[in-house]
Structures are given as structure tokens and as C-alpha cells.
Design a protein around this ligand. Structure first.
Ligand code: DGL
Length: 279
């Protein structure tokens, strides 16, 4: 059981590192009145090449911490965690921890909108190895739009480039080009590419430079923000437990100073960060 008596609290937003900031940014634009508590597990990032069991354990620890800090609703702003941990947390852990709290992911809302976008019915997914291996996008899109072919491409170097603030360097071009060429050479019918990792929008300038103009690139921030908005409208029992002062606080399992300087590049604002120890 969760030891947190607060009746209301911020909406928790979790990622393995900085990537979830791309989601939080859009959520705050869509829903500015709420409070947010962001947790980046920067000390243990990246999650993308870790086993199912490790990603699940790390994610559960982080969700539990966010619950203890008073969050009643947590968004896994991480595809890898959504792919490997969300279902087990929802089905097995929430009933034991606190059945009134909620955890949502980013894959289902992305899958839901894709049918309206692709004309060729061939969609590419760029994501971490973990997300691609889990087949989560293939399964989720297949349930909703069985006529769509989903082609996955793992980009294992992209998250480390971003976490190390090298994503705009000349060296990053090589890794961006390599995966875009590979997926388009293998599947020339693709007309839509989903950035299935919340870190990847930070590589957008390089992605746009290396892709034909007729291919749509979908990043998840606005999709997840709109989906959360609808969720809160549909679930007043959860909405009333979300505090509303328009404030965001940030937690990191790494050094707070390091997080502050990198996150302010991504968010273009100075933020309030505290270190959190997870054992
Ligand atoms: N932002 C995470 C995702 O969406 C990155 C995972 C990682 O740490 O490798 O998948």
C-alpha cells in the first residue's frame, strides 16, 4: 500500500531521462492549470536496451515514488516503459498499491490516431530496441487498423546521443541518416513515420533534413496531451484529485545540477529540480 495521505496532488510524468520533457512540454501547453511532478531516472538511463524484467522493476519503483509524492495519476512518458511495464503495473500492481490511482502510457494514444493519417497504409516506427522487440506498436495498431503494415526500426544510439547532449552535433548525422535510409530502403511504401521514443523529437532538425518531404513525421507530445485532456474529461473522479496551481517540479535520480542545466536547454526555461534516491 502507498503511504501518501494527500487527497490531491500533481500529475506525475515519468521517463528514463530527458525524453519525457518533450511530452510534459506539450501537456503543459494543453493543460496549463494543473500541477506536474516530473521524474527522470537519469542515473539508470537508457532503458531501451534493458530486459523486460529490469525495465518493469525500474518503472514500478519510479511510479511508486511518484505515488508517495502525492500523484494520483502518472503518465509513463516513455515508450519503452509503456511497452514493457504498463500492462503489468495496471493489472498486477495497482490493485495491491492503491486501486484508486491510475497509470497511463503513450503507445495506445499514438496507435489510435495513425489510421487517419496514413494513405499508403504503411507506417514506420523508429524506437528503442526494447520497444521494437516488444512488438507493442504492431499489436496496438493491428488491433485498431488491421489493414496497416507496421515496419519497426530500432535506433539504439539515438537516446545516448540526446542524454549526452550530442544530438545537434555533426556526429549525430551519421546515426540519424543510417536508420532513416535503412527503413525507407526496406519499405519504400512508408508515408508516415512515428517517432516512437519520447527522446526523438529532440533530433527533429536532423530527421527532417534526411527524409523526403512527402513523408509525415509524427511525434507524440500533442497526441498524448490531447488524449490526457479527453481522459480527464471522461474521469472526473481522477480529475478532482489533480491539484491546480499551474506549477511543475522536477525530480531526477542523477545530480540535480546536471539535470537542471540539460533540461533547461530542452525546455528553454529555468526549472526547480531535486535529487531523488531510489534503492
Ligand atoms: N524516452 C524513452 C522512450 O520513449 C527512452 C528510452 C530509453 O531510456 O532508452 O522509449
Amino acid at each position: 500500500m502507498i503511504d501518501s495521505p494527500q487527497q490531491i496532488g500533481p500529475i506525475g510524468v515519468f521517463d528514463s531521462g530527458y525524453g519525457g520533457l518533450t511530452i510534459l512540454d506539450k501537456i503543459r501547453q494543453e493543460l496549463p492549470e494543473y500541477d506536474y511532478l516530473y521524474l527522470g531516472d537519469n542515473a539508470r538511463t537508457p532503458y531501451g536496451n534493458r530486459s523486460f524484467e529490469v525495465v518493469y522493476n525500474y518503472t514500478l519503483q519510479c511510479v511508486t515514488k511518484l505515488f508517495e509524492q502525492g500523484c494520483h495519476l502518472v503518465i509513463l512518458a516513455c515508450n519503452t516503459a509503456s511497452a514493457k511495464a504498463l500492462r503489468t503495473i495496471q493489472q498486477n500492481d495497482l490493485p495491491k498499491l492503491d486501486s484508486t490511482r491510475r497509470v497511463l502510457g503513450v503507445i495506445r494514444p499514438t496507435a489510435e490516431i495513425i489510421g487517419e493519417i496514413t494513405q499508403s497504409r504503411n507506417v514506420g516506427i523508429l524506437a528503442t530496441e526494447g520497444t521494437i522487440q516488444s512488438q507493442s506498436y504492431v499489436l496496438e495498431i493491428g488491433k485498431l487498423f488491421p489493414d496497416i503494415t507496421v515496419i519497426g526500426e530500432a535506433c539504439p544510439m539515438w537516446v545516448p546521443l540526446i542524454e549526452n547532449n550530442e544530438h545537434l552535433s555533426d556526429g549525430a548525422d551519421y546515426f540519424v541518416k543510417k536508420h532513416l535510409q535503412h527503413i525507407l530502403n526496406n519499405s519504400p511504401k512508408i508515408d508516415t513515420i512515428i517517432l516512437g521514443c519520447t527522446h526523438y523529437p529532440l533530433l527533429m532538425p536532423k530527421i527532417e533534413k534526411n527524409i523526403p518531404a512527402n513523408i509525415r513525421i509524427i511525434s507524440q507530445g500533442e497526441i498524448v496531451a490531447r488524449s490526457l485532456h479527453h481522459y480527464l474529461n471522461r474521469h472526473p473522479e481522477i480529475e478532482k484529485k489533480c491539484s491546480k496551481n499551474g506549477i511543475a517540479h522536477f525530480l531526477t535520480t542523477e545530480s540535480s545540477e546536471k539535470f537542471k542545466s540539460s533540461a533547461s536547454i530542452f525546455l528553454k526555461q529555468t526549472i526547480n529540480v531535486q535529487h531523488l534516491t531510489i534503492n
